[in-house]
Design a protein around this ligand. Structure first.
Ligand code: PBG
Length: 327
C-alpha cells in the first residue's frame, strides 16, 4: 500500500466514474421559462438581444415551440407575460383573458398531464411604473395593498389551469395571502413555489429587457434582499415555509450556491434554484466569443447548482440542452 491516498483509482475508467458519480442532472429537474407576448399577430418571435436563443413569443409560436420541446423531454415551463397594455394597477395581470391565462389554457389543452405549467405571480411586467407592487405616495410598493392583487393573479392563473403558481414579488405575507385565496377558491391541492430568497441582483438585467419590466424610477432594494445576507435568507425561507409554501426557491443560483446549500440543510421542503438571465447571458456571450465551450460550461454550472442542493432548476438552457439530447 502506498503511503498516500490514490484518488485516481476511481477515475481511471469511464464506467468507474459513472459508478461513483454523486450528482446527476435529469430532464425532469429542469424548468424552462418562456416570455409570452400579447398580440393579435401570428408567428411572432422577437429575439431578445441580451439572451441569445430566447425570444418574446406570440401564443401560437409558444405553442409550437413548447410542443417541440416536450417531444424532446421537457416536463415543466414557467410562464412570464408581456401584456399589450400596462397601467398603475397592473390590471392585465389578473384579467381573465390576460396573456398568461390564455397561454396556460392553450398549453394545458394540448399537453394535459404531460407538461407542468407553472406561472410567475408578479406585477412588474404589468404595471406602468415597473415595480412589483402598487405604489404608495412615496413611490414605494405598498405591501399590504399589493397582497390582494397578487392573490387575484394567482386565482386567475389557477382557474386557467396552471399546475403551480410561483410568487416572485417579495412582498411580506404574500405566500399566506396567495395560499388563502387559492384555498378559498377551491384550489387546496394546487402547489405554490415561493421565490422565498430573492436577492436584489444585477444578474436580472437581461430579463428586464425580455419582460419589459425594469422599474421606471428607483430600484427593488426595498423588497428584494441584500446580496450580502445569509441569515436573512433563513428568515425569509422560514416565513414562507410557515405560510405553507410547498417549494422554496433561491434566486439567482450561481452566485448564491451557499444559500442553496443552507436551505437544503435547514428545511425539509424541496428546494429550487433559478439560474437567471444574467447567468445565461454570461455563458452565451463567452461561448459566442469562442472564450469557452458554451455547452460544457452550461452543464457544469447546472450540475453545480444541483450539487449545492437544488432539487430542481429554472434555466433558460433547458430547451436547448434537451433538444440536443445532452441530458
Ligand atoms: C419579476 C421577476 C424577475 C425575474 C423573475 N421574475 C425580475 C426582477 O425581479 O426584476 C428575473 C429572472 C431572470 O433574470 O431570469 N419579479
Amino acid at each position: 500500500m502506498s503511503d498516500f491516498f490514490r484518488g485516481r483509482r476511481l477515475r481511471m475508467k469511464p464506467l468507474l466514474r459513472d459508478l461513483v458519480r454523486e450528482t446527476e442532472l435529469r430532464p425532469q429537474d429542469l424548468i424552462m421559462p418562456y416570455f409570452v407576448l400579447e398580440t393579435a399577430e401570428k408567428n411572432v418571435c422577437r429575439p431578445i438581444s441580451s439572451m441569445p436563443g430566447q425570444a418574446q413569443l406570440s401564443p401560437d409560436e409558444l405553442d409550437r415551440r413548447v410542443a417541440r420541446a416536450v417531444d424532446k423531454g421537457l416536463k415543466a415551463v414557467l410562464l412570464f407575460g408581456i401584456p399589450a397594455r400596462k397601467d398603475p394597477l397592473g390590471s392585465e395581470a389578473y384579467a381573465e383573458r390576460g396573456i398568461v391565462q390564455t397561454a396556460t389554457r392553450l398549453l394545458k389543452e394540448r399537453h394535459r398531464s404531460n407538461l407542468l405549467v407553472i406561472t410567475d405571480i408578479c406585477l412588474c411586467e404589468y404595471t406602468s411604473h415597473g415595480h412589483c407592487g402598487l405604489l404608495d405616495r412615496e413611490g414605494e410598493p405598498h405591501n399590504d395593498q399589493t397582497l390582494e392583487l397578487l392573490a387575484r393573479i394567482a386565482v386567475s392563473h389557477a382557474e386557467s389551469g396552471a399546475d403551480m403558481v410561483a410568487p416572485s414579488d417579495m412582498m411580506d405575507g404574500r405566500v399566506g395571502a396567495v395560499r388563502a385565496a387559492l384555498d378559498e377558491s377551491g384550489f387546496v391541492n394546487l402547489p405554490l413555489m415561493s421565490y422565498a430568497v430573492k436577492y436584489a441582483s444585477a444578474f436580472y438585467g437581461p430579463f428586464r429587457e425580455a419582460a419589459e419590466s425594469a422599474p421606471k424610477k428607483g430600484n427593488r432594494r426595498s423588497y428584494q434582499m441584500d446580496p450580502a445576507n445569509r441569515r436573512e435568507a433563513l428568515r425569509e425561507a422560514g416565513a414562507d415555509a410557515l405560510e405553507d409554501a410547498d417549494i422554496l426557491m433561491v434566486k439567482p443560483a450561481g452566485p448564491y450556491l451557499d444559500i442553496v446549500r443552507e436551505l437544503r440543510d435547514s428545511f425539509d421542503k424541496p428546494v429550487a434554484a433559478y439560474q437567471v438571465s444574467g447567468e445565461y447571458a454570461m455563458i452565451k456571450a463567452a461561448g459566442a466569443n469562442g472564450w469557452l465551450d458554451e455547452t460544457a460550461a452550461a452543464l457544469e454550472a447546472l450540475l453545480g447548482v444541483k450539487r449545492a442542493g437544488a432539487d430542481m432548476i429554472v434555466t433558460y438552457f433547458a430547451e436547448e440542452l434537451l433538444g440536443r439530447g445532452l441530458l
